[in-house]
Design a protein around this ligand. Structure first.
Ligand SMILES: *Cc1c(COP(=O)(O)O)cnc(C)c1O
Length: 432
């Protein structure tokens, strides 16, 4: 095939190419408020789209099962060095394909099949991999869970201590996907040690805040720290494990050959680039702006009459109770109404939710992505008002038309990926 190494994707596969172009446009023209999403730099995107995808590099730098790994070693060593520096950790494994794989490898390291774990209740903000019955963590291990208290909607550390004493976990898991408050890793570390448990902190959501010192670090208090690299940390989709030197060999063995085969070297290269970006001074300014923006968004929503779970936020996300015991609309309806005006959010259960997870009483909003675009407090005020007006009048086409115009006007002021944004060229591409 003569054009195999030269043809552009727009010629080689117009259907996929068109979907990619439409996705660039969707991300550019909408307001992205999904708390677990972000926009990576052009440099990170370029690292991902490289010939490193061709390379098998099972093993670790200097100890590979394949020849030709000298440049794979360069990028993996860089990613490891930068990750340990960024988090002040003794050891880093940069190979987990995703956050779930990082957690699987740590559970395999710390536990035997059937051992007891203690994790945060999913409906109070925890994650599937912390013991959900349909996940490997709930299938292979005995699970106890802790949550937030009814009145403060914040983690009840005394209750956590009591449950830890009662359930005697071998691994205590902390960290969350939908928790808007600071997590007291020091206290959780003390509780874990007092019952003889090892501790895993999963900082998938708050890694960027932790890396810049804007959220207390779990690294001094926990044997294992896992994270995704694509949320506040703003790298490629992937996972990362940090641990003390004493667990380094076991963790490495649990990742490969324990739970994965060949590493994604192109993604590791992109992780190295992202960690390099995160080590720069301006990354801290970015993370502070994420927090400032979340606070203003929270205040604006609450001033407009919506109820915030836990009363506010300390981090990058806001959990909004849009159902308010039947006075408002469901999370599912809110997600749909906001989607109609190009504001992208996800429905989310709230603690002690009366609705099923697929309906939910809440929506989760996060500021990492819009902050990357350059938006600041004044923009958050506008967005908060837009969100409140849609939620409070979800059937009004007039409100929706107005907000759609406001979204278009605002997003136009914050361009992204100029070299990737193509003129619309119709969807009528077919293979026939
Ligand atoms: C997002 C998330 C994960 C999982 O990450 P994936 O890359 O989607 O597998 C794990 N733990 C927490 C707390 C998360 O928020």
């Amino acid at each position: 095939m003569s054009d195999f190494f030269t043809a552009n994707i727009s010629e080689a596969d117009p259907i996929v190419s068109n979907a990619i172009d439409n996705e660039v446009r969707r991300q550019t023209e909408g307001l992205e408020l999904i708390a677990s999403e972000n926009f990576v730099s052009e440099a990170v995107l370029q690292a991902m789209g490289t010939v490193f995808t061709n390379k098998y590099a099972e093993g670790y730098p200097g100890k590979r099962y394949y020849g030709g790994c000298e440049f794979a070693d360069v990028v993996e060593n860089l990613a490891i060095d930068r990750a340990t520096q960024l988090f002040g950790a003794e050891h880093a494994n940069v190979q987990p394909h995703a956050g779930a794989q990082a957690n699987m490898a740590v559970l395999m390291t710390a536990l035997d099949h059937g051992d007891q774990i203690l994790g945060m209740n999913l409906s109070h903000g925890g994650h599937l991999t912390h013991g959900h019955p349909l996940n490997f963590s709930g299938i292979n291990y005995k699970v106890a869970d802790y949550g937030v208290s009814r009145d403060t909607e914040q983690i009840d550390y005394d209750e956590l201590e009591r449950i830890a004493e009662e359930s005697k976990p071998k691994l205590l898991i902390c960290g969350a996907s939908a928790y808007p408050r600071t997590i007291d890793f020091e206290r959780i570390g003390e509780i874990g040690r007092s019952v003889g448990a090892k501790i895993m902190a999963d900082i998938a959501h708050i890694a960027g805040l932790v890396a810049t010192g804007l959220h207390p670090s779990p690294v001094p208090h926990c044997e294992f720290v896992t994270t995704t690299t694509h949320k506040t940390l703003r790298g490629p989709r992937g996972g990362l494990i940090l641990c003390r030197e004493e667990f380094a060999a076991d963790v490495n063995r649990s990742v490969f050959p324990g739970t994965q085969g060949g590493p994604l070297v192109h993604i590791i290269a992109a992780k190295a680039v992202a960690f390099g970006e995160a080590l720069r001074d301006d990354f801290k300014i970015y993370q502070q702006q994420i927090i400032d923006n979340a606070r203003v968004l929270a205040t604006t929503l609450s001033d407009a009459g919506l109820r915030l779970v836990s009363g506010g936020t300390d981090n990058h996300l806001v959990l909004v109770d849009v159902f308010m015991d039947g006075k408002g609309i469901t999370g599912k309806a809110a997600e749909k109404a906001l989607g109609d005006v190009e504001i992208t959010v996800n429905k989310n259960t709230i603690p002690f939710d009366t609705q099923k997870p697929f309906i939910a009483s809440g929506i989760r909003l996060g500021t990492p992505a819009l902050t990357t675009r350059g938006m600041k407090e004044a923009d958050m005020r506008l967005i908060g008002k837009m969100i409140a007006s849609v939620i409070q009048d979800p059937e009004s086409e007039e409100v929706k038309a107005r907000v759609r115009r406001d979204v278009a006007e605002l997003t136009a002021k914050f361009p992204m990926y100029p070299d990737r944004l193509k003129e619309p060229h119709g969807d009528a591409v077919s293979m026939s």
